[in-house]
Design a binder for this molecule. Structure first.
Ligand code: ACO
Length: 325
């Protein structure tokens, strides 16, 4: 019996030109390359220009995904953007992307689940395709994290970067088994009781501005390792898979130590883990699709490879997706 599957047709990515190294950061706040590398694995990150918005980056990544997939604008009937740093409170980044890419009238909205945002957006897009609401959806994770950083707070400003990653998800068919191409299953969680661990100290209905990132780093680290490990094991167990069935782990890029701990739990060698954190820093909702795009672009990830995507962010929110590329 044939069933509907949402298949990743193509990927795209965009990183701002301006690179901020740890050495340059050490001239701004009391930190060092050694401390940042040892604690987070980050060497540098890209920072958007003052006049470059999340929407601009999302458009660039989306355009690349369209070009790489040879997809015409009129053949895309939806756009979902995962972001925490929209250009405006409203309208959404999604409507800007829809307009600038010349997409036809169709569904367009933003999803906000911070660093787990892309997993949430992907899961929603998959559901829309499965239920026949859309046939081909542009899904983008895009962030200008530099706009919500306190550049005098060394405990947070060294960790984040800007960028955008995109996929085009389209309706395909499979037989319902694990060898189908497409999104095989997704897992989404949130625990609002942990909102105080990672948040911004402002917002449109409170301070009237977007506020700045505040984080209890040690606590976030602890839960990240626990939740990531649990959710990847859940994804494997639910599909009767073992870790050796996975070709690539594509994790949210917050911290190399968190990624290594998850890979260890999976007993997956680091050679099968896509790592961009050293050069991108934590780009929040953009990090998973950017990592995916990079590994597809350089030929590591190939058609039919089994991918496990996972991430956690403020909320706390977390999730995973099992995908045959
Ligand atoms: N440079 C130098 N020293 C620093 C810096 C810095 N940039 N930042 C903090 N320190 C100091 C602290 O002041 C503290 O000094 P003290 O001992 O004199 O008080 C010392 O370093 C240790 O601080 P900790 O916060 O305990 O350091 P830790 O080893 O926990 O590392 C880090 C901090 C990197 C933030 C770590 O806890 C971490 O990675 N947490 C997870 C953060 C994360 O991944 N967030 C994102 C996930 S969710 C999302 O993506 C939105």
């Amino acid at each position: 019996m044939s069933i509907i599957r949402s298949i990743i047709r193509s990927t795209g990515g965009y990183l701002p030109e301006n690179i901020l190294t740890n050495a340059a950061l050490a001239e701004m706040v009391d930190t060092s390359d050694e401390w940042i590398m040892q604690r987070s694995g980050i060497k540098e990150r890209c920072i958007a220009a003052d006049d470059e918005t999340t929407g601009d980056m999302a458009v660039a990544a989306g355009r690349m995904a369209m070009e790489r997939g040879c997809v015409e604008a009129q053949d895309i009937d939806g756009v979902i953007i995962a972001t925490t740093t929209p250009d405006k409170t409203f309208p959404s980044v999604a409507v800007k992307v829809q307009d600038e890419l010349g997409l036809p009238v169709g569904l367009a909205f933003d999803v906000q689940a911070v660093c787990a945002g892309f997993l949430y957006a992907l899961s929603v897009a998959d559901s829309f395709i499965q239920t026949g609401k859309a046939r081909r959806i542009l899904v983008v994770g895009a962030e200008k994290m530099s706009s919500i950083l306190d550049w005098e707070d060394r405990s947070t400003c060294v960790l984040f970067g800007d960028g955008a990653g995109a996929v085009i998800l389209e309706r395909g068919e499979g037989d319902g088994g694990i060898s189908d191409r497409g999104v095989l299953s997704t897992y989404l969680y949130a625990n609002g009781g942990q909102a105080d661990l990672l948040y911004t100290d402002g917002g449109t209905s409170t301070s009237g501005d977007s506020g700045h990132i505040k984080m209890q780093g040690r606590e976030v680290f602890k839960y990240a390792v626990q939740y990531m490990s649990d959710v990847v094991m859940e994804a494997l167990d639910a599909n009767n898979l073992v870790s050796s069935d996975i070709d690539w782990l594509v994790p949210h890029q917050a911290n190399s130590r968190i990624i290594e701990a998850t890979a260890k739990k999976l007993k997956l060698p680091m050679e099968q883990v896509i790592m961009t954190v050293e050069r991108h820093g934590n780009t929040s909702a953009a990090s998973i699709p950017l990592a995916l795009h990079e590994a597809v672009f350089d030929g590591r990830i190939k058609q039919n490879d089994l991918l496990l995507l996972e991430g956690m962010g403020g909320g706390l929110t977390w999730g995973a997706a099992l995908i045959r590329f």
